[in-house]
Design a protein around this ligand. Structure first.
Ligand code: FAD
Length: 490
């Protein structure tokens, strides 16, 4: 049960951004954290590779991390935001270790820093191949020990309404509608992956925070900057999980439906070409062969090495009856990450007073057009802390109280007809996947506009399904509109 009616800070989302942000508030500040599904249903919990940060100036430098970030982002990054990320990030990584997160160490007890695509130095700290789950575990333990932080699981933020000095948050809490008031709100709602049929993101990633901020009039920026990953496990039940780049780094071959290597047709770097190049090669090859069947083959590596190096990937594949030491791994490209989002400044302030956005739902500008691997957990840490610091500064300037107002929403209505979400996903898959198609973007935008009108005018009951469909349609509309405008400018 939610204990109070008024909170100083409402944190929407319990991934790394939400929990790390909430922990910055000490006793005396009442914080409520919401999680739409279980405590661990989040992109954060699935992060495999690690966190990038310059933890030693002996073999690395801030300038080099900055340079790598700009190259990956095709120099569309915001220089001030990158400067904050690179210089303040190492301290946040140390703080999360103090909070109990473990990272792998070598035989001398030093942090085992690894290398990923686009980094010129070994600067990625990791916990096996499940770094995110380890960070979530440590943060959750801290959150649960704090008497000033309340945590509401299975609780959906339906919308925010501006009231004097804050917001009324309308919630669906354990199937029951309720409202709470807050002076400040931090949206930490994660990505938009579920707008696609193929994505590594979990069911929580429907862009709710972006839709809610948009409804309040907040500016949204670069929502069409979407990162696709070439190799997600392609299961028959439609759930994809990531087969990390490091599997190709350790020597896996990419095979087409005829079990032939094909990368030499598209790039000299073969399987080790950058993510976007490999994704495009797979789509072009699928058009050439007329088949979506693709595989990774790492059977030629030592079986014990593979099980020790990739425990989570081995286990995930095994759940679908695929033994990576003996079988081909079925893969297909998928949506993976959102670079753009709710526009924020370097203190994570949106264009709406008292509304902050952090983590994957925000557009800080650090990633530019393309994210450098392992910079996103770092962004979630740095910019959620900065949001909390800004809120604390504002509170110190005089504490405004919210004025409770009765909830005015009517939640009764018709059930959402089936099929709308699949329709949205098919449109996005056709119009704006790895190789966007200008004709399909134009047509898709019209279709999505119709779906949005149907959803808004249909007097549907505010169930989780309806709210998620509304978020997905809103996100799809903004992405396609932005993409169409970019096409027109060309
Ligand atoms: C498979 C995978 C591997 C990755 N690997 C890496 C990596 O190695 N390194 C790296 O830096 N990044 C990695 N990333 C990206 C990184 O994990 C995410 O960008 C980051 O964790 C986002 O954190 P977040 O706190 O912003 O969002 P999330 O962790 O996704 O949390 C979002 C939270 O918001 C809640 N929420 C959403 N809508 C509502 C609502 N309406 N009401 C209430 N709650 C709501 C959700 O329930 C959830 O708790 C990976 C991502 C994936 C999917």
């Amino acid at each position: 049960m939610i204990q109070k009616q008024i909170y100083d800070v409402l944190v929407v989302g319990s991934g790394v951004a939400g929990m790390y942000g909430a922990l910055q508030f000490k006793s005396g500040t009442d914080v409520l954290i919401l999680s739409k599904y279980s405590k661990t249903t989040s992109n954060s919990n699935l992060a495999q590779g690690g966190v990038a940060a310059v933890l030693s100036l002996e073999d690395d430098s801030y300038e080099l991390h900055t340079k790598d970030t700009f190259i990956a982002g095709r120099h569309e990054n915001d220089p001030e935001a990158v400067d904050v990320l690179v210089h303040e990030g190492p301290e946040d990584v140390r703080r999360i270790m103090e909070l109990g997160a473990e990272f792998d160490r070598n035989a001398d007890g030093e942090l085992d820093k690894t290398l990923e695509g686009g980094h010129c130095r070994r600067r990625i700290v990791h916990y096996k191949d499940c770094t995110g789950a380890e960070m979530v575990r440590a943060l959750l333990k801290q959150v649960e020990a704090r008497e000033n932080i309340e945590y509401a699981e299975d609780t959906v933020l339906c919308r925010l309404v501006r009231v004097r000095s804050g917001f009324r948050a309308d919630l669906l809490h354990g199937g029951v509608y309720t409202s709470v008031f807050c002076n400040y709100c931090m949206l930490c709602t994660g990505g938009i992956g579920r707008v696609y049929k193929y994505t590594t993101n979990p069911k929580s990633a429907t862009g709710d925070g972006i839709r809610i901020a948009w409804e309040l009039g907040a500016r949204i920026k670069n929502l069409s900057y979407i990162q696709f990953h070439p190799t997600a496990f392609n299961s028959e039940d439609g759930e994809q999980f990531l087969i990390s780049e490091s599997v190709r780094g350790e020597g896996a071959y990419l095979l087409n439906c005829r079990h032939e290597r094909f990368m030499d047709r598209y790039d000299d770097r073969l399987e080790l070409a950058p993510r976007d190049v490999v994704s495009k090669a797979i789509i072009l090859e699928s058009r050439r062969t007329g088949s979506n069947d693709f595989f990774l083959d790492i059977r030629h590596e030592d079986a014990d090495f593979l099980r020790a190096r990739f425990p989570a990937i081995s286990e995930g594949c095994m759940r679908y009856g695929v033994d990576i030491t003996k079988d081909l791994i079925p893969i297909f490209p998928c949506q993976h990450y959102l670079m753009g989002g709710i526009e924020v400044d370097i203190d994570s302030k949106t264009t709406v007073p008292r509304l902050y956005a952090c983590g994957e739902c925000a557009n800080t500008g650090v990633h530019g057009k393309n994210r450098l691997a392992s910079n996103s957990l770092l962004e979630a840490l740095v910019f959620s802390r900065r949001a909390a610091e800004d809120i604390k500064r504002c509170m110190a300037n005089g504490f405004p109280n919210v004025s409770p107002l009765p909830a005015d929403c009517d939640y009764t209505g018709a059930p959402l007809p089936p099929g709308i979400v699949s329709e949205i996903r098919s449109i996005m898959q056709r119009a704006y996947f790895v190789l966007p198609d200008p004709g399909a973007i134009r047509f898709g935008l019209k279709q999505i506009d119709n779906i949005l009108k149907r959803l808004k005018g249909g007097k549907y009951s505010w169930t989780t399904e309806y709210l998620e469909a509304l978020s997905l349609a809103t996100v799809a509309y903004i992405v396609l509109k932005e993409a169409e405008e970019a096409n027109e400018r060309r």
